[in-house]
Design a protein around this ligand. Structure first.
Ligand SMILES: [Zn+2]
Length: 506
């Protein structure tokens, strides 16, 4: 519902390019229609609710090349909506925006809905060459509660390996069906952390972004994503917003910071597994009583700068398209990296911006602890495939199916050359700096030897377009894998062989 007296004129979201303007005076407010959100996103003071989004989507469905479908249903029965918008006859560049995986991170969804409204009113706002897909609210149960997690208590952005939740299953189904050339995962972070204010700073950037970055991804696609990130600063500055490449970690100058995690259990790299450009955007939220009323509006505005660019910026599109198509035809990896980390290879001193609370000035704090490059510490020659013992076959079969990774179940025993890997330990301790280490698996692989795979074992060849995904999900020597999750813990016994073998001679 609209707040009384907020705006003199509000627009009612209307079908097609027709806009009905309802003028509401502060003296005699008409009951606000459930579908209304402010005409101008810069006056938005609270996020668009599930019900408002649903009513809006129903109105725009079938207009201006927009099609709205139900892609899934949550535990509490809400619909996970998918929007498709396309104008040209043969739109060649497929773009996917997905937002609000974390229910309390709202601006990406609001921005996506304003963008969709622009397209509904002026279809020419969507370039001919773009096939646009939007999952505006991936986690409606969390959104309604104002929580990060979904109704089942799951952090959806840590469910991209097992895909146990209907919300993440929906996203991956869409990705496999649409095969986006470019995907964007929309999040937010809390700007005014206690650690910062203790030092007299507030976080500088309004909005941050990073691209996919696992070492198994095609370097050409990773470089294209980094270019998008670099080139986002100027348009954000022109719109009055501060932009920084996304980073996490402690505070400068003494604590370590790094760019987004290379692991695949976050949406950014999980969608990146399918070979396209993939981004995370995080806008800075001011929470609490001191938050200015226009904070959400500013975040939405900053978001719109980036989302619109992904549609409008044609400068590198042909190159990006070619890079993604080539990456999807790449031969299987020759090596599988098992240990990789962020480093500062040249001992570069980075000037890290922060806003000084006392003066409001931007200060630049020098730090040599900003990790800028991903380095591979160890890699193993890629196997020909992976085999899964019958004792774990049912659990793995589900994961393989959900990732669209082809496999076969052996009808009869088969002798192969393979390496077994023993679990040395599973780390229980949680590390705050990395928000990681808990669940890290330390394994040792034995030399390859003849092994009999019993009937009922699963065979997953490392070839075809799913090879990178298979390596990322199955490699037993990877630092993070499925054993961090309760369902798979029982398959990982300290001192014993893991149920996956690396097959070197099929
Ligand atoms: Zn988030």
């Amino acid at each position: 519902m609209l707040r009384r007296g907020v705006a003199a004129a509000v627009a009612v979201i209307a079908a097609a390019a027709v806009t009905a303007i309802a003028t509401v005076s502060a003296a005699a407010p008409a009951p606000a229609p459930a579908t209304a959100f402010p005409e101008d996103h810069r006056t938005l003071t609270r996020t668009i609710s599930y019900a408002e989004m649903e009513a809006f989507l129903k109105r725009v469905d079938g207009t201006a090349g927009i099609e709205v479908t139900a892609e899934g249903r949550t535990a509490e029965g809400r619909t996970i909506y998918l929007v498709h918008a396309s104008r040209g006859k043969n739109p060649s560049f497929r773009v996917l925006f997905y937002a609000q995986q974390h229910g309390d991170e709202v601006a990406g969804k609001d921005a996506a809905l304003y963008l969709l409204r622009e397209i509904a009113r002026r279809p020419e706002r969507l370039p001919d060459g773009i096939d646009l897909w939007i999952l505006p609210m991936m986690n409606p149960d969390g959104a309604e509660r104002g929580t990060r997690r979904n109704a089942a208590g799951a952090d959806l952005n840590r469910d991209h390996i097992l895909l146990e939740q209907p919300e993440t299953q929906a996203l991956h189904r869409v990705v496999r069906r649409v095969r986006p050339h470019l995907a964007v995962d929309c999040h937010e972070f809390t700007r005014d952390s206690e650690e910062r204010s203790k030092r007299g700073w507030i976080a500088w950037p309004q909005i941050t972004m990073d691209g996919l970055n696992n070492p198994l991804f095609d370097p050409a696609v990773v470089a294209a994503a980094e270019r998008w990130v670099r080139e986002s600063e100027a348009p954000e500055a022109a719109a009055g917003h501060s932009f920084l490449r996304y980073s996490v970690g402690g505070l400068p100058p003494d604590e370590e910071q790094r760019h987004s995690a290379p692991d695949i259990d976050g949406g950014l790299n999980a969608v990146g597994m399918y070979g396209g450009l993939s981004f995370i955007i995080e806008a800075a939220v001011r929470r609490g009583p001191d938050a200015p009323p226009d904070d959400l509006a500013k975040r939405v505005d900053a978001y719109l700068v980036l989302l619109r660019r992904f549609l409008d910026e044609t400068g590198h599109r042909a190159q990006d398209l070619a890079a993604v198509e080539a990456s999807r035809r790449r031969p299987p990896p020759r090596f599988v990296p098992t240990n990789y980390l962020w480093v500062n290879p040249d001992f570069t001193i980075t000037e890290f911006p922060a806003l000084e609370l006392a003066t409001g000035r931007t200060v630049r704090i020098p730090t040599a602890n900003m990790m800028t490059k991903l380095a591979v510490k160890t890699a193993l020659p890629a196997p020909r495939g992976y085999a899964i013992e019958p004792r774990a076959a049912a659990d793995y079969a589900l994961v393989l199916e959900r990732h669209g990774i082809p496999f076969e179940t052996l009808a009869a025993p088969k002798t192969v050359g393979a390496q077994r890997c023993d679990l040395l330990r599973l780390e229980e301790q949680f590390d705050d700096l990395y928000s990681r280490y808990e669940g890290r698996q330390i394994v040792q692989c034995r030399p390859a030897a003849a092994q009999e795979l019993p009937a009922g074992a699963l065979w997953v060849p490392l070839d075809g377009e799913a090879a990178v995904r298979a390596a990322l999900v199955l490699e037993p020597a990877a630092l993070y894998g499925v054993y961090q999750y309760p369902r798979f813990r029982r398959h990982a016994v300290t001192g014993e062989a893991l149920p996956i073998v690396r097959v070197t001679v099929p």
